[in-house]
Design a binder for this molecule. Structure first.
Ligand code: OGA
Ligand code: NI
Length: 352
């Protein structure tokens, strides 16, 4: 991508500091007890449930090991991702996303409002994904979102689809642990994901000549229920620590996944588990690859604080919002400037 174009230069407030805190970091949780049984009365399982609950409350982020996702599948998707991004821009732009085809390839030069130093390939999990046709609240029509698959590498499609199924399995397991940690039945959340709108992204962050001026991904929170991220050994992901607002680097851990709570869990849990700011810092020497899986419920889900977690003393902090309308609004604002500020959950917050 060459020199840092002025469009990529971050406001001073958001610029990365070059020295970062390499603190103890986010919790590392061993999921091996879950592989055997998910019976909540087992001591080992209840210990994991407690760890997950603490991590969600204190950090909104944690890493998991012994998660059951076969390493070969991860290596396979990492390999196709490298091959895909190594092609010329012209090749990659053959599967470029647009207003109609919302999944596929894009680089920041073509999304002028996004100044992230990266290029991505997106694909959806359920094909087709059913979604509202517009963001207009009264419009009941739905539409279908499908994938665009590149010709090269040939094995990309299969590698992505196979890996995605593993992500879905792990996501259900994690939601089960989150539910138990909130004192709810393990399957409390499962129904919301029956017609999931989840998607995955292959990220490529090229080396950046002036890493102090740009960011791979600017500060943001994830809008879904939860995110499962595979990062390579380069590192660059930083999490805003809740206790003091410091940016903490997430150290690469071989074969681990980084999990974070998204906005939907924040609303479901009525702010007990908060969605946390994070960002990606780039470097001048090494390119970096990462693969997030975004676990999203069905479009018809009305997201609101769970009744089990609210009462007269702890009233609901959010009004219900339609997940499908939320997603459609966000996607459309990627392509056109809508006359609304990008939708955020605080728009649904009930004033105290
Ligand atoms: C994201 C994200 C982090 C990374 O895509 O939402 O936070 O390390 N990615 O790529
Ligand atoms: Ni994110």
């Amino acid at each position: 991508m060459g020199e840092v174009d002025p469009a990529f230069i971050q406001d001073p407030e958001h610029r990365p500091r070059i020295s970062f805190t390499e603190a103890k970091g986010i919790p590392l949780i061993d999921l091996s007890p879950i592989a055997k049984t998910l019976h909540p009365s087992s001591d080992e399982v209840s210990a994991v449930v407690r760890e997950i609950g603490n991590a969600c409350e204190e950090w909104g982020f944690f890493q998991v090991i012994n998660h059951g996702v076969p390493l070969e599948m991860r290596q396979r998707i990492e390999d196709v991702s490298r091959k895909f991004f190594a092609q010329s821009l012209e090749e990659k732009r053959k599967v470029r996303r647009n207003e109609k085809e919302v999944y596929g390839y894009y680089d920041s030069e073509h999304t002028k409002n996004v100044r992230d130093w990266k290029e991505v390939f997106d694909f959806t999990i359920e094909e087709p994904t059913i979604i509202p046709a517009s963001h207009e609240p009264d419009d009941k029509e739905v539409t279908e979102w499908t994938n665009q698959w590149p010709d090269y590498p040939l094995e990309l499609r299969e590698a992505c689809q196979e890996y995605a199924q593993e992500m879905v399995k792990l996501a259900y397991k994690l939601m089960e642990l989150v539910a138990l940690s909130l004192g709810l039945p393990g399957d409390k959340f499962h129904g919301f994901f029956k017609d999931q709108t989840s998607f995955m992204r292959l990220n490529h962050y090229p080396p950046c000549p002036s890493p102090h001026l740009a960011l791979g991904v600017g500060r943001h929170k994830d809008v879904g229920a939860l995110t499962i991220l595979a990062q390579d050994d380069v590192g660059g992901l930083e999490v805003k620590r809740k206790t003091d607002g410091e940016w903490i680097r997430v150290n690469p851990t071989a074969d681990a996944y980084i999990i974070n709570v998204g906005d939907i869990i924040q609303v479901w849990s009525n702010d007990k588990y908060e969605s946390v700011d994070h960002r990606v810092v780039v470097n001048s020497k090494r390119e970096r690859f990462s693969i997030p899986f975004f676990f999203y419920p069905a479009h018809y889900t009305m997201v609101k604080p769970l009744e089990e977690l609210t009462n007269d003393q702890m009233p609901a902090k959010y009004r219900a919002y339609s997940w499908g309308k939320f997603v459609t609004t966000r996607k459309q604002s990627n392509f056109r400037k809508l006359n609304v500020e990008n939708l955020q959950i605080y728009h649904f917050r009930i004033p105290e």
